[in-house]
Write a protein that binds this ligand. Structure first.
Ligand SMILES: Cc1cc2nc3c(=O)[nH]c(=O)nc-3n(C[C@H](O)[C@H](O)[C@H](O)COP(=O)(O)OP(=O)(O)OC[C@H]3O[C@@H](n4cnc5c(N)ncnc54)[C@H](O)[C@@H]3O)c2cc1C
Length: 424
């Protein structure tokens, strides 16, 4: 079993040619994931010169190790957002996520990116009748307020959608899709370089200060002065930007890939080839691989770091509960990455300590990091396209939080309790 992401088989991370780090730059972006690369591309196409510095290899963070699921949902429901910020803001936030999903598809089409994008739809399996009712009523609210189409399936019809007896029914969002995350990230990095942007790998921001009109960055490869700074480090944020670290909670998410499964079994398990999640608070997510030969399955079997063998065993146990036919199927890849969570479960963008940033996608960054990366670049340029409902929301921290998420085991225990009682 390999402890590297399955995605790297088809899109291996290869070191870019090393180039000398300049001493001065127009805009410096920290982090070469979807956020940083999308921001870089927008700035370059607007005529700015851009340097991206990346502590590891380009896209080695979450952007080449995620599930590749693309949707237009936020963690808080429309009802929760209405209660928190008022209905008008809830409409604005949900409308923007809908636009972001359309934008992702435009980016892929306009730039002819080959990343196995397919609009296969998403199925959210309900584990109880009550949860199914909840899914339906929230879907109906979104249909009325935003126009989001959905279908509800229940009873034996569920087997036309998924070959599992675990769910009493499901909500289908037919416009959602999936892609190959590492191919998508590699294509963005290629576009950035083709547009004249520099990506400096193995170059870590250690600290920075502002002197007059410029930033002085101390990196692991020397000093660099910049007019503008964008921080795009999400779940990998360090104390170099302690203001962001206090607002982003890194949550470990684990994934596995199964060995190849016979084609007939894959057809039986995924008759419609959808991306799948469920209604658990400790949710799991899974999908067929783009070639439809394996299952890629993700979840949070632990909030602390555990070994790939342990996470593989725990995820496989859950997968076998969904599809008992997989007893005897083995795991070929087991890996993890860090999701950037926030205290209000919403993505954020803005300006703190003089630097622009976008982060906190709470596990939905394929769409939202692409979108907010672009938005943050427009904001830096003073372009009205940079307007975003997400910029109007205060980005909260917690008085007892300094970047080490000591409370996550407690949260996990609480979610587990809620999941167990919801199934009773
Ligand atoms: C296992 C897993 C499954 C997921 N599944 C999905 C999914 O199915 N759908 C979905 O939409 N989202 C999913 N996500 C979330 C998604 O991957 C992220 O939201 C998205 O990749 C965030 O992109 P980013 O560019 O903001 O951050 P990242 O891709 O994490 O990039 C941040 C980069 O910053 C670099 N960095 C950090 N500090 C420094 C420093 N001081 N100096 C230089 N560089 C630095 C890091 O090395 C890293 O490469 C998943 C995430 C994980 C981990």
């Amino acid at each position: 079993m390999k402890s590297a992401p399955y995605w790297w088989e088809d899109a291996p991370l290869a070191a870019l040619p090393a180039i000398e780090l300049p001493t001065r730059a127009d805009t410096v972006i920290i982090g070469a994931g979807y956020t940083g690369l999308s921001a870089a591309l927008t700035l370059l196409r607007a005529g700015r010169s851009v340097i991206v510095i990346e502590a590891a290899l380009a896209a080695e963070g979450a952007s080449s190790r995620n599930g590749g699921m693309c949707g237009d949902l936020l963690k808080p429901s429309f009802t929760q957002l209405s209660a928190r910020y008022g209905k008008q803001s809830a409409v604005a936030l949900y409308s923007e996520v809908r636009d972001a999903l359309v934008f992702l598809q435009e980016v892929i089409a306009d730039n002819k990116i080959e990343c196995d994008f397919a609009r296969v739809g998403r199925l959210t399996g309900a584990l109880s009748q009550q949860q199914l009712k909840g899914l339906e009523s929230e879907a109906e609210i979104l249909r009325k307020e935003i126009g989001t189409e959905y279908q509800i399936v229940s009873g034996p019809a569920i087997h036309d959608e998924i070959g599992s007896d675990l769910y009493v029914g499901a909500r289908i969002l037919p416009h959602h899709g999936g892609l190959h995350p590492a191919k998508y990230a590699a294509a963005l990095a290629r576009l950035v370089r083709e547009c004249g942007g520099q990506i400096h790998e193995h170059t870590r921001l250690l600290r920075y200060e502002r002197t007059g009109q410029e930033f002085v960055l101390t990196t692991s490869r020397g000093k660099l002065r910049a007019r503008d700074l964008i921080v795009a480090t999400n779940g990998y944020t360090t104390s170099a930007t302690s203001w962001l670290r206090r607002r982003i909670v890194p949550v470990t998410s684990y994934m596995i890939a199964t060995e190849e499964i016979p084609a007939a079994t894959m057809r039986q398990l995924f008759p419609t080839g959808r991306m799948v999640t469920d209604t658990n608070r400790l949710l799991c997510y899974y999908r067929p691989s783009p070639d439809n030969k394996r299952i890629l399955f993700g979840g949070r079997p632990a909030y602390t770091e555990i070994k790939p063998e342990q996470s593989a065993e725990r995820l496989m146990q859950y997968l076998r509960r969904i599809f008992p036919v997989l007893y005897g199927t083995s795991v070929t890849h087991s890996w993890f990455g860090y999701i950037g969570y926030t205290f209000d479960h919403l993505p954020h963008l803005g300006k703190l300590d003089g630097a622009h940033y976008a982060a906190g996608y709470c596990g939905s960054g394929v769409v939202m990091a692409t979108w907010l990366g672009r938005k943050v670049a427009y904001r830096l340029l003073g372009n009205p396209e940079g307007q975003s409902a997400f910029a109007g929301i205060r980005h909260p921290t917690h008085i007892l939080y300094y970047g080490r998420p000591w409370f996550l085991p407690l949260v996990q225990a609480w979610y587990q309790l809620q999941d167990t009682s919801a199934r009773r």
